[in-house]
Design a protein around this ligand. Structure first.
Ligand code: FE2
Length: 466
């Protein structure tokens, strides 16, 4: 069934809206005020984002990470995205690309899509991937990204060690010029596609309906729901560490906490060459997305004034859901719709953002392509950032990346790493990923002895000495 942007979920999700509303004092007044303020701010911000374009996306040199000023760090945090240049030497990244090319040529049975012109592979343990993930500079960049997060009181918590990076094994892509990829519209990770499609960054810390449904995860967004949306801090760890971001155990949904998703470039990739696009203001997009299910337009979509905040009100889209118990009948929030969230695989996926149901984001103009990167550069984006992939690749060369997120040490993450290590030792697919054949029959896969640096071995859950 084609995705229309709004799907009617089971009635309990209407009850959930009621419960959320009832748990915040003066929800009607405060949420409405916040909604109008967010829209007003978006109207300015979207103009600026569209005008600034790709070159406005933060770009820093790996060697300068520890010299960045407060203003540069604030920009990275606001955008939720950053290009870190020269994490590894160009020659090293180019060698990894050559090894991957050889690997897929030597092992034509390796699963990949599209089937008649494989570009995205169900491979996790090639030497290039294992070496790249374990590279001390890559892990140092991840540690730096992890430290953009903090606890509410600024103190240290035993629940997370931001200084010890862990390795989350994911896949790679070698995208060919001229081939359209149309399956990656604007979304926040947590959105999963069918297993034949597989886009590595669909493995999320974000969750879908869990943003509202899980009480701990919801805490991450409590200032937005309380109306004090300007106090929202997407870098606060407290709610994220224990959040249930995969309540339904769907495949293709990450069970670890990742501070940033990312990929390391193995080739040059410029705008229009099939690169990543982001909505570069994670504070505003979070505020808008979290409040959106509680509001409806009072004028027809596309009509004059459709975007005017005065023409939106707290309320439902459809008739009252049968069986709904209204905690507060004065709050007309009786629909079970959460725009952008839809059922999939026995659970829920999304948020997927569309111009139709998230009109104030002006997505046609504000999804900004990442500026040109070179081999050895990487792009990282916060787990809440709206992102998409350019459908066209108009370049002349492959656009190749290995997906490598930033993962701090937490008890849940460590437990995952230990299960992942067992799959590595058997050359099987990592636990979070679609089931399928392992890689033991393929020539050129890595083993534990290929992970040399102590920081890389620790990140993989391997004994420090080889
Ligand atoms: Fe994604």
């Amino acid at each position: 069934m084609p995705f229309t942007g709004i799907e009617v979920l089971p009635p309990r999700f209407a009850n959930l809206k009621q419960e959320i509303a009832a748990s915040y004092p003066k929800f009607r007044e405060r949420a409405t005020q916040a909604w109008r303020e967010v829209i007003a701010e978006l109207q300015e911000a979207t103009l600026e984002i569209a005008k600034a374009g790709s070159e406005s996306i933060a770009q820093v040199n790996f060697a300068d990470l520890h010299k960045l000023g407060e203003e540069e760090i604030e920009k990275i945090k606001r955008q939720g995205s950053v290009v870190i240049k020269d994490i590894v030497p160009d020659a090293e990244a180019i060698r990894w690309k050559q090894l991957l090319d050889e690997f897929v040529k030597t092992n034509p049975d390796a699963e990949g899509t599209p089937v008649n012109d494989k570009q995205f592979f169900q491979l996790y343990w090639t030497k290039s991937q294992v070496e790249a993930r374990a590279h001390p500079n890559v892990l140092a960049a991840c540690v730096w990204l992890n430290h953009l997060y903090h606890t509410k009181d600024g103190g240290v918590t035993e629940a997370v060690d931001l200084t010890t990076p862990l390795t989350y094994a994911d896949r790679f892509r070698i995208r060919h010029p001229g081939i359209g990829w149309n399956d990656f519209p604007p979304h926040i990770d947590g959105e999963c596609r069918d297993q034949a499609c597989n886009y590595a960054t669909d493995r999320c810390i974000g969750g879908a309906i869990e943003r509202w449904e899980d009480p701990i995860f919801r805490e991450c967004f409590s200032s937005i729901l309380s109306g004090d949306w300007r106090s929202h801090d997407p870098y606060e760890l407290d709610g994220r560490l224990n959040a249930s971001n995969s309540r339904y155990g769907r495949p293709n949904q990450s069970s670890v906490f990742r501070t940033f998703q990312g990929w390391l470039a193995l080739s040059e990739i410029a705008p229009t060459q099939g690169t990543l696009r982001v909505f570069p203001n994670v504070y505003l997009s979070n505020a808008y997305i979290i409040l959106r299910p509680f509001f409806r337009p009072t004028v027809a979509a596309g009509s004059a004034g459709f975007l005017n905040p005065e023409n939106w009100e707290l309320g439902t889209h459809h008739a009252v859901v049968p069986g709904l118990f209204l905690i507060d009948p004065s709050l007309d929030i009786s629909s079970s719709e959460y725009p952008g969230i839809y059922a999939r695989d026995g659970g829920y996926t999304g948020p997927r953002l569309t111009p139709e149901v998230h009109p104030h984001l002006e997505l046609e103009k504000t999804m900004i392509s990442i500026p040109k990167v070179h081999p050895g550069d990487a792009v990282f984006w916060h787990c809440d950032v709206i992102h998409s992939v350019e459908s066209e690749h108009t370049g002349t060369d492959d656009s190749a990346v290995i997906y490598i997120p930033a993962v701090p040490l937490t008890p849940i993450n460590q437990a995952y790493i230990e299960r992942q290590r067992e799959t590595f030792l058997k050359s099987q697919r990592p636990p979070d990923f679609p089931k399928g054949p392992g890689e033991e029959a393929f020539a050129g896969i890595a083993g534990p002895d290929d992970v040399v640096a102590p920081i890389g071995r620790r990140a993989m859950g391997l004994p420090i000495s080889v």
